[in-house]
Design a protein around this ligand. Structure first.
Ligand SMILES: [Cu+2]
Length: 99
């Protein structure tokens, strides 16, 4: 009985890791330029270490899934963002300015 509970708890933890809100892995950076019409933002980002994307700190352009979120961003803004590997390319799925 104890073993079954343990197995269930483990399974829950795995499911949570795979799809729960806790899965959001934020990275941080600074906006250098933003092009909402192209859904693109250039970030000077810190080290990224998520399940699918690992990078040293660098400056690079990112595509975003949500171009609307870019409209409120400006050069110089400090942001946090969630990046995923989509078709082999890092794509930002969430981005928001830090106050
Ligand atoms: Cu990078």
């Amino acid at each position: 009985m104890k073993k079954m509970l343990w197995a269930a708890a483990l399974l829950c933890a795995r499911l949570a890791a795979a799809q729960g809100p806790a899965e959001l892995q934020w990275s941080s950076g600074e906006v250098l330029s933003v092009e909402p019409t192209r859904g693109q933002v250039v970030l000077k980002h810190g080290p990224i270490n998520t399940r699918t994307v690992v990078m040293e700190a660098m400056t690079m352009p990112f595509k975003t899934l949500n171009a609307t979120a870019l409209k409120s961003l400006h050069p110089g803004d400090h942001v946090r963002f969630v990046v995923h590997l989509l078709e082999g390319e890092p794509v930002i799925t969430r981005i928001e300015a830090m106050k």
